[in-house]
Design a protein around this ligand. Structure first.
Ligand code: XMP
Length: 425
């Protein structure tokens, strides 16, 4: 299937990603290319209905390539060499874009999850044939969608490796196994490496050092599993479009390939399969739903790679980590029951290495505090504090202090970002 496409040429605007999202939200496919794009690359594109040259802030002195100027497609320029910019007001802007792409260029609304899936299955089969692919499946939305697509396209030629580093949230590794192995029939290698990670982390209290250890150990475990498998030629990755569009205007290198193979050693040479690399996050979720993944997985809140490791503050101990995992599970359950999922961007518990005196069953009871953090943000650069009803906070406090071994207080973190970062470490 060949879909219509609008080409955005980045001539210095810092709003190209916004424009691309706006056009895609109208059901029309679009891609961003640098102003210097050459004819050979332009000639490869199919279904082009029109070209938008988008200039602006850092575009002074930028000249788009002759290939763009002579491309032969209908072309419009915004904020480039004296032409007016697109309106900023949302309503006016949408009207202007609609008039351009539908009325002038007759683009069709044929960009949707079903067509994308059908196309990708075809493309993956062409790229891979009957050779074997490896995927690190974290259970996050991106790797889960890549797994589900590849299972549809190549079935058991895909091997998924799920590394449980012992710092996942309650129920997560079990859900990955249930959804991918039991329901989707994936060839899944489940590695319980919790002891390895916790042994390496013992006594380490510096946050960046903890991150380094977790990252390096992850690669080591994954590499060991990869070496055990025979004949793997491809590595699938959940790279998405924002990883590829360089942030800022990037007038000189507007679009860069961001091929991070996670630092695997040179002798493990894989060709990459990146089926969602042209998707924005909301599109990844739509594709996940269309592939039948559970909503809880598709709309999962962001979860850092080092996981609970950066929420079990200071040097991680197993008992405090378990207390954190249980308290966090209660928080998530209560947010789910009370309709806060989807209203709050990120919510979690952190447990510091501090004990206070309390009373339980008429006895002195020393325990750690559970700190609740619930924030809203657009881009994770700044964040505001969500107002949670007091009655719910009381209920959560009651449950955590009664049900979780080792916790005797609950605190609610009111600090916005800045000054606090979202995570405590
Ligand atoms: P901060 O704490 O920097 O967090 O305000 C911003 C967002 O990034 C997530 N985060 C991480 N994600 N590895 C990740 O994959 C990390 O080491 C890491 N640290 C923070 C954090 O959860 C929030 O969504």
């Amino acid at each position: 299937m060949q879909q219509d496409m609008i080409l955005i040429i980045d001539a210095g605007s810092d709003k190209n990603a916004r424009l691309a999202r706006e056009i895609r939200a109208l059901g029309v496919y679009t891609e961003i290319y640098p102003y210097s794009i050459e004819k050979a690359e332009l000639d490869k594109l199919v279904g082009v209905k029109g070209v938008i040259i988008n200039g602006g802030v850092n575009g002074e002195g930028v000249k788009v390539s002759d290939a763009v100027l002579n491309c032969g497609y209908p072309t419009v320029a915004y904020d480039y060499e004296g032409s007016p910019a697109l309106p900023e007001d949302d309503g006016e802007r949408e009207a202007a874009i609609k008039e351009l792409i539908f009325d002038k260029w007759n683009a069709e609304r044929n960009w949707n999850a079903e067509n994308f899936i059908a196309d990708q299955i075809e493309l993956i089969r062409q790229q891979v044939g009957d050779r074997k692919v490896l995927l690190a499946l974290s259970g996050g939305v991106d790797s889960s969608v890549v797994a589900a697509l590849l299972i549809k396209a190549i079935g058991d030629k895909l091997t998924c490796v799920h590394v449980n580093h012992g710092l996942l949230r309650k129920g997560e590794p079990e859900e990955v196994v249930r959804v991918f192995r039991d329901e989707l029939g994936a060839n899944l290698v489940y590695v319980d490496a919790a002891d390895r990670f916790l042994d390496k982390l013992a006594g380490v209290d510096a946050p960046e050092q903890k991150r380094k250890i977790i990252g390096a150990e992850f690669i080591r475990v994954f590499e060991e599993e990869a070496r055990k498998l025979e004949g793997i030629e491809f590595l699938a990755q959940g790279t998405i479009y924002p990883d590829i569009i360089e942030s800022g205007s990037g007038t000189h290198k507007a679009v860069k390939a961001h091929h991070n193979v996670g630092g695997l050693p040179e002798d493990l040479k894989f060709e990459l399969v990146e089926p969602i690399k042209m998707l924005f996050k909301d599109e990844v979720r739509a594709v996940g739903l269309a592939l039948g993944l559970p909503e809880g997985m598709v709309f999962r809140q962001p979860f850092p790679g080092p996981g609970l490791g950066v929420r079990c503050l200071g040097a991680i101990t197993r008992d405090r980590l378990e207390a954190l995992r249980e308290a966090d599970a209660i928080l998530r359950e209560e947010f789910q029951k009370n309709g806060l999922v989807g209203k709050v961007w990120q919510y979690f518990v952190a447990v510091p290495d501090v004990k206070s005196v309390g009373v339980r069953d008429n006895q002195r009871y020393e325990g750690w505090p559970a700190i609740i953090r619930a924030v809203n943000t657009v881009d994770a650069m700044t964040a505001s504090i969500e107002e949670i009803p007091y009655s719910l906070l009381h209920h959560i406090t009651d449950r955590i202090t009664h049900e979780v071994e080792g916790i005797n207080r609950v605190l609610y973190d009111l600090t916005p970002k800045p000054i606090g970062t979202i995570e405590w470490e």
